[in-house]
Design a protein around this ligand. Structure first.
Ligand code: FAD
Ligand code: NAP
Ligand code: FMN
Length: 588
């Protein structure tokens, strides 16, 4: 079933009309054929991607480039050597940003070599950069910004300004492609072919995935089981969900040899906003009337718009209309960290009420809301063990701020609004690096406190089902053992069977001094280093902002201490693990 976002469709259709009018013609019927005279009219497009969006955009640009007669080469950054840049005239960089402002994994090696002081000057190379990101992250489109700055430093000449796309990336990337290709077409005298550009169809820009279900074309899954993993008395709630995907398995003809997903992949849940929040919005804007128009509005607020987390545009609008000094100063200072701190815990309505009460109309609010996007969850089941199911391990985001109870959209949609037997909309994405070693005899070390345990449950199930002989070591923890030791029975059974060779637990709040997984790693440093030396794989999953950084630091320290290495050598050891994909993260 196709679930197109009407707002987005309208936007794209308006954009296509605009492109057509700009190009001065009304009809389009050209195919995307490669021109015979393209030799020497060269364009190289490289993409950095984690989950496929940048690849889809790059493929769309490449199709268009071919359509105007350019000899186009499209390359995954992972396959690009820096020496290529000396041989080309026009370079387009399309990249997403990951991991707190970092490069996507397939871009890391190339990025490292282009940042190396020995990197060659690339005087005169014409380039343009397109960034894909999400403005709710502090370091919005940072990878694209860094590429842009670095290429400029190396003497490259910008074809057009960088565009940083937010979650709604189709329309701005289409405009960027048109601008860039128009300019290159002029360089090569191919202006006459530009009319072919209007043949583009942003609707066809589907994320490049091994699956054909996407945000716009999700599949329906039935909620089979939902149960609370944490105790009722816990200070947090972590839920276990089991989804039935047997219909999808039949449709796609998947089986044990060709499963629907792989261990390490994520499932994305398309949520709905809570009716309480929708009512609150309607009441605030005095739009709570019972008529047809209102029903459409309720549908839009429930399904299409991110009405909880303020968008950048809303923050600007509130600052502009409300005139609050502090907010305006924060925006003017352009310090995303300080702005983020200021916004922490504030939802859209709270922000409006506090800083621009009754100064913003409902239509203005709707105009600046971002589209409601899916949330990712690391799959916690192995398809080898549960061929027709997907399991998730989800912490319900609930907190109190400014005397109000707040609920995360997707996690509480699952916890509070979806019942067993209900159908929800989802799609998968693959995480190419976060995979169990093909050689089942190699040891694996998994560090996953809290919900970070999710993919490791799937790894362990897979190691069991495939009869992998390698050792398995799990570092797990949470606040208190009595209330938060999730999957305890399963884990203890795996231990009893010998599947889980080692289990290291760190319950942070069970003693006066906080104890974390990295403390356990350090206590076991000698053995941990020995596992790495045996060809072991090291995985981290869970909190990106604090835990993953501290675990990374501990890993460096352990390698330096027990490998008798300098800090620099330990860093090189870790880099090598990363290059071999033996040190990988799934953090959020
Ligand atoms: C690849 C990937 C895998 C993931 N896997 C999992 C998983 O296995 N399990 C899991 O539970 N999550 C996982 N997540 C996180 C998940 O995608 C969602 O981000 C999470 O569930 C919150 O979404 P939400 O819609 O419920 O909350 P949202 O409506 O998106 O709200 C979250 C926001 O609320 C605010 N907030 C949260 N807590 C507080 C607080 N205490 N005080 C003030 N403000 C606060 C913050 O601004 C935060 O960004 C994963 C994320 C990624 C990217
Ligand atoms: N931004 C925030 O303030 C915040 C807060 C919580 C969760 N989250 C998000 O929630 C998700 C995961 O939540 P979760 O409930 O599964 O787990 P979690 O909040 O990450 O907690 C799991 C365990 O990790 C511990 N922990 C805290 N800081 C750590 C550190 N620096 N190093 C190692 N361990 C540390 C926690 O201890 P203590 O809690 O006792 O310190 C707890 O025992 C992530 O997306 C995370 O980013 C964000
Ligand atoms: C774990 C995670 C971290 C992210 N970090 C950032 C970030 O720091 N800055 C940003 O602008 N976008 C960030 N994003 C958003 C992605 O860049 C965005 O979803 C993009 O469309 C992904 O493109 P890709 O599929 O080509 O990798 C992050 C997304 C995820 C899932």
């Amino acid at each position: 079933m196709t679930q197109d976002n009407p707002k987005q469709q309208q936007k794209i259709s308006r954009l296509l009309d605009w492109l057509k009018s700009l190009l001065g013609f009304t009809e389009i019927d050209m195919g995307l054929s490669t021109f015979d005279d393209s030799a020497g009219k060269q364009l190289t497009i490289i993409y950095g991607t984690q989950t496929g969006n940048a690849q889809s955009v790059a493929e769309m640009v490449a199709e268009q480039a071919k359509a105007i007669g350019l000899d186009t080469s499209l390359r995954d950054m992972e396959t690009v050597d820096i020496s290529l840049f000396k041989e080309i005239e026009h370079l387009l960089v399309v990249t997403s940003t990951f991991d707190d402002g970092g490069m996507p994994e397939n871009a890391e090696a190339l990025w490292e070599s282009i940042c190396d002081p020995s990197a060659p000057m690339l005087n005169g190379l014409k380039y343009a950069v397109l960034g894909l990101g999400d403005s709710t992250y502090l370091n919005f489109c940072m990878a694209a910004k860094e590429w842009d700055a670095r290429l400029e430093t190396l003497g490259c000449v910008s074809i057009t300004d960088r565009v940083d796309c937010d979650v709604d990336y189709e329309a701005p990337s289409t405009v960027w492609a048109h601008t860039v290709l128009s300019s290159i077409a002029k360089d090569y005298g191919l202006q006459d072919n530009l009319s072919n550009l209007a043949n583009l169809d942003a609707q066809n820009m589907q994320p490049h995935l091994p699956y054909n279900h996407t945000h716009k074309n999700p599949f329906n899954a039935k909620m089979l089981t939902k149960k609370m993993l944490t105790a009722v008395s816990s200070s947090k709630q972590i839920m276990h969900y089991e989804l039935d995907i047997s219909e999808l398995a039949v449709l796609t003809g998947s089986n044990a040899d060709m499963p629907l997903y792989a261990e390490g992949d994520a499932i994305h849940i398309i949520p709905k906003n809570n009716s309480k929040l929708v009512k609150e919005v309607l009441n605030y804007f005095e739009a709570n009337k019972a008529n047809q128009e209102n029903a459409t509005l309720v549908h839009q607020l429930t399904n299409d718009l991110e009405i909880r987390t303020p968008s950048k545009e809303l923050i600007k609008l509130v600052a502009e209309k409300g005139g609050d000094d502090e907010l305006n100063r924060l925006l003017a200072n352009n310090d995303p960290g300080a702005l983020d701190d200021f916004l922490w815990g504030k939802d859209s309505l709270g922000l409006i009420k506090t800083y621009a009460d009754k100064k913003i109309a409902l239509n203005e609010f709707i105009r600046v809301c971002q589209p409601l996007v899916a949330r990712a969850y690391s799959i916690s089941s192995s398809p080898h063990k549960h061929p027709n199911q997907v399991h998730m391990t989800v912490r319900s985001v609930r907190y109190n701020s400014a005397q109000k109870e707040h609920s995360g959209v997707a996690s509480t949609y699952l916890a509070d609004m979806v019942n067993e037997g209900d159908t929800i909309q989802c799609y998968f994405t693959s995480n190419a690096s976060f995979k169990i070693p093909q050689d089942g005899s190699l040891p694996i070390i998994m560090v996953g406190p809290g919900t970070g345990i999710a993919p490791f449950r799937s790894f362990l199930e897979a190691r069991e089902m495939t009869g992998a002989t390698g050792d398995n070591w799990l570092f797990f923890g949470d606040r208190n053992a009595v209330t938060d030791f999730i999957y305890r029975e399963e884990i203890e059974a795996m231990q009893a069977k010998g599947l889980l060779t080692k289990l290291s637990l760190a319950f942070s709040r069970d003693q006066a001094k906080k104890t974390y997984v990295q403390d356990r790693m350090k206590e076991e440093g000698v053995e941990l280093f020995a596992w790495l030396e045996r060809g072991g794989y090291f995985y981290i999953c869970g909190d990106a902002y604090r835990m993953a950084k501290d675990v990374d630091k501990a890993l460096h320290e352990i390698i330096a201490e027990h490998g008798n290495m300098s800090d620099l050598d330990a860093m090189m050891y870790v880099n090598k693990l990363q290059k071999q994909k033996r040190y990988v993260k799934d953090v959020y």
